[in-house]
Unconditional design. Structure first.
Length: 434
């Protein structure tokens, strides 16, 4: 079946139902099974219709083209909010999501990351940054973007923080499969079979700057965007271009193998070299079942090593530029739900690395676990309190007041609302309309 017809007949309608690629990839693989294809055929079928690229490049849509990180936020009203509502999602000239709470004051806190940073599925005034800004009495800027990996958020952070002289405090938020996304050259190629671009108005996931392993040297290398102009974007409508530029992307291969989506034309020698570099002792591709299990382990290990490299670079940059870094993590499905069941989190290796490296760290998974235990609710009932895929406005409010104490303790001087100085409270300098 033509993949566009497949999408129209099978895709989960409505972002709130869980069908959007902004969600972690693990929410996809169990729902819309496809007939397995060769890797070459799969890649050629990922070519994007030119008319969708026309919308993405030339009209107001949810995302807009960016030559470095592929795309950033645009201006759009997705039909994805609570109670069947649309959400106002707008961007300012400097690329951040629109913020209005104390926005005329200097901003010392900038936030970077994926859709839980960007706060997808709520309107501009319902983000956790705006809730927290209202409480602290100072602005918090939001440079998050749905679909980003840790590396793309890092590149956005570098670009902004090099020129931002007011900010001193930097938050990098990781969640879901951000570790894996960092390595893809073009994430769109991993989810096109089960995602509706809504005619191009929700298109994203195009080629971007990424990090990947050079299996010749055994070193991680940072790569620039292969499609760095709007004109070059139209190459993505060419099946041969998609094949030639992704045929040796080992992370795309591992991802597809881990979900049992392809069955031939894979670079098995390259995957074995990668396993040797990462020192994985038990690598077995001898059967489909063993191939899937091995690919999952190798995918995670590869993504963890890439993330460790990125976090070291981020921390070094912040230290060299007089900025302080706070790492935040939340994974509502692969981590939090497993913790509720009493299972070990799959990314424990990353948590151990962060803690052993001495990074400032806020783990929202632990907060939700403690909160869940306060209720006599099923896990599904608990999730309905805060989520419609991403956080609801109530979920963002809960997050804001969960991280509040960490941020107040972090900031020096304290926010005006936490300074024990009555003279500041009665003069309202800078807070009253001019």
């Amino acid at each position: 079946m033509d993949r566009r017809k497949f999408i129209k007949s099978n895709v989960i309608t409505g972002i709130a139902a869980g069908g959007a690629s902004l969600f972690p990839d693990f929410l996809f693989g169990k729902t819309l099974p496809l007939e397995k294809k060769s890797y070459a055929e799969y890649l050629r079928n990922s070519a994007v219709p030119k008319e969708e690229l026309d919308i993405f490049l030339n009209e107001n849509s949810w995302a807009q083209f960016d030559p470095e990180v592929g795309y950033i936020l645009g201006n759009y009203m997705p039909h994805d909010g609570i109670d069947n509502s649309y959400t106002l999602s707008t961007v300012m000239k400097d690329g951040k999501r629109t913020n209005r709470i104390y926005a005329d004051k200097p901003c010392r806190i900038n936030t970077y990351g994926n859709s839980f940073t960007h706060c997808h599925q709520v309107s501009d005034a319902e983000t956790w940054q705006e809730y927290l800004a209202g409480h602290l009495g100072e602005p918090i800027q939001n440079f998050g973007m749905g679909g980003f990996g840790v590396y793309q958020a890092y590149r956005r952070l570098l670009r902004r923080e090099k020129e931002d002289k007011d900010s001193k405090y930097v938050i990098l938020y990781m969640w879901g499969d951000d570790y894996v996304r960092s390595v893809f050259r073009c994430r769109y190629a991993t989810y096109y079979t089960r995602w509706n671009d809504y005619g191009g108005y929700m298109f994203h996931g195009n080629f971007w700057a990424n990090i990947e392993m050079d299996t010749t040297t055994g070193k991680l290398v940072e790569k620039e965007n292969r499609v760095a102009t709007k004109e070059a974007m139209y190459n993505m409508s060419d099946p041969e271009f998609m094949y030639e530029n992704l045929k040796d992307d080992l992370m795309v291969q591992l991802y597809l193998l881990s979900y049992d989506m392809v069955n031939s034309d894979l670079d098995m020698e390259g995957l074995k070299r990668l396993a040797d570099i990462l020192e994985l002792p038990e690598v077995d591709f001898s059967s489909p079942e063993k191939m899937k299990a091995t690919a999952t382990v190798l995918k995670n290990k590869y993504s963890f090593e890439a993330t460790k490299y990125i976090l070291k670079k981020t921390n070094d940059f912040c230290s060299e530029n007089g900025k302080e870094l706070l790492l935040v993590h939340f994974d509502p499905t692969n981590v939090f739900k497993e913790m509720v069941k009493g299972n070990k989190r799959y990314d424990q290796e990353m948590v151990d690395f962060i803690q052993n490296s001495g990074y400032s760290f806020f783990d929202m998974n632990e907060v939700h676990l403690k909160d869940f235990k306060k209720f006599n609710l099923s896990l599904d009932e608990y999730m309905d309190r805060y989520f419609i895929g991403h956080y609801t406005p109530a979920g963002n409010h809960f997050f804001a007041y969960s991280i509040k104490d960490t941020i107040v303790d972090w900031l020096d001087p304290k926010p005006i609302t936490y300074q024990q100085n009555d003279s500041k409270l009665i003069r309202f300098q800078g807070y009253l309309p001019k």
